[in-house]
Design a protein around this ligand. Structure first.
Ligand code: HEM
Length: 402
């Protein structure tokens, strides 16, 4: 995190704050002076100093009062977007949820529908990119790696990976944002989890010993993670020459804009266009990528999950796919053993697999079935927990990793 310290928070804040979803984009660059602490406005306009004040305070109170287990029980049956809010929640939480449990006014149903259709048609690549690309990238984002590792969920990575996958699954679902979809609820549950983590992690001696911040999961941090998900996936789809129309690309961005808004990111920090997203990503994500002990352990946990399932490929192949999807630098940081034969297969076989699936070449390439089986196994690996249940399994933690 050396490059993303509070020292350059101001310039980053300006960069991130240059953009806005609702057209309200404040020209922060020209008002940069007002970000100076002396002006007393730094917290208002700086994503690194913006958390989720109302729910953070409320959740801290619920944790201190020992009410969270009851909240988790009450929330178990709260699944669909049009489900009534669960009874049995503390009144202040119900009041807050009533305010946020809805799409923003600028959400565009036509774009969200197109995004859902796009997700369905490209699900093969999305599984691989979110699961093996973004999932492993999260282990070299130091703040994320450290907070995930030292939070309660860090001790059981399969469970956590399955829950996180639930988020991606619900987001990518055909009716994600519709009344009978589930994403709005999943996003709100995640927002509650994050609020709890902001209260809990600062009490972890292990986390405080390694963290470079006092409160985790600021708006800036969430944007960084968004870039490791949405922006990264969009870039790889382009790099891999997966056919996309301009409308589909815009719809995919719109879906993510709504998603991070529901996670509590303020409108003025959310990129308006892919160009803005790429610029933010270059500034806020790329420079911070670096290995940590926690991240190495998490990556090994995640990739080691494959020991429990037959992916139809060797661990060497998996390592090489991760290197291909991310970079050799990241592969080296994580100590992913090289397998040069597998590397060659991925390098030539994967583009051919995509081209054949997309109808761009007529002849089925060698290795097609192997890639197909690999994808299915990865999907099952992450989904086996989440999909077997009809409820969203996300629960609010009450402690940290011991
Ligand atoms: C929990 C998604 C950003 C740290 C979760 C959960 C989801 C999720 C679905 C619930 C899974 C579970 O209960 O284990 C996301 C998304 C993000 C984001 C989609 C941004 C787009 C971040 C960031 C951090 C973070 C920036 C830290 C820097 C955590 C931690 C947990 C968590 C520590 C709790 C794990 C536990 O249960 O102990 N997140 N997250 N998240 N997230 Fe995030």
């Amino acid at each position: 995190m050396s490059n993303l310290s509070r020292r350059n928070a101001l310039s980053l804040g300006v960069a991130l704050g240059l953009v806005g979803v609702a057209g309200a984009a404040p020209a922060l660059a020209s008002t940069a002076g007002s970000l100076a602490p002396a002006a007393g406005k730094a917290t208002a306009a700086d994503p690194w100093w913006a958390w989720d004040d109302e729910i953070d305070t409320l959740m801290a109170g619920l944790l201190n009062a020992g009410q969270v287990p009851g909240v988790n029980t009450a929330m178990r049956t709260w699944v669909d977007n049009n489900d009534p809010l669960p009874t049995g929640l503390p009144g202040n939480l119900t009041t807050w949820l009533r305010k946020v449990n809805t799409l923003p006014s600028w959400a565009d149903p036509t774009k969200l529908r197109l995004a859902a259709d796009f997700n369905r048609r490209k699900d093969t690549y999305l599984f691989m990119l979110y699961g093996l690309g973004s999932g492993i990238m999260s282990t070299v984002i130091p703040r994320e790696a450290k907070s995930v590792y030292w939070s309660a969920g860090g001790a059981d990575m399969q469970d956590r990976a399955a829950k996180t996958f639930t988020f991606g699954y619900d987001l990518s679902d055909r009716n994600a944002f519709d009344p009978d979809g589930q994403f709005v609820v999943t996003a709100n549950k995640t927002r509650l989890v994050h609020a709890a983590v902001r209260h809990l992690l600062p009490q972890s001696p292990q986390w405080t010993a390694v963290a470079d911040e006092q409160i985790p999961i600021s708006n800036g941090d969430i944007l960084v993670t968004f870039h490791s998900l949405g922006t990264y996936v969009h870039k790889k789809l382009r790099d891999w020459k997966v056919p996309m129309t301009a409308a589909e690309e815009e719809a995919f961005l719109h879906m993510w804009q709504v998603a991070i808004y529901l996670l509590g990111v303020r409108e003025e920090f959310i990129p308006k266009t892919w160009a803005e997203a790429y610029a933010q990503s270059e500034q806020a994500l790329t420079p911070v990528l670096t290995p940590t002990q926690e991240g190495r352990d998490l990556a090994e946990d995640l990739l080691g999950l494959t020991a429990q399932i037959d992916l139809g490929v060797t661990r060497g192949f998996l390592n090489e796919f991760v290197r291909y999807a991310l970079s050799h630098e990241i592969g080296d940081w994580l100590g992913l053993r090289r397998d040069y034969a597998a590397a060659a297969l991925v390098r030539t076989g994967w583009p051919a697999y995509i081209a054949f699936r997309e109808g761009l070449i007529p002849v089925m390439p060698v290795g097609f079935y192997m890639f197909d089986q690999f994808i299915r196994a990865i999907a099952m690996l992450f989904l086996n927990k989440g999909s077997s249940s009809t409820t969203t399994p996300i629960t609010i933690p009450t402690g940290n990793r011991p």
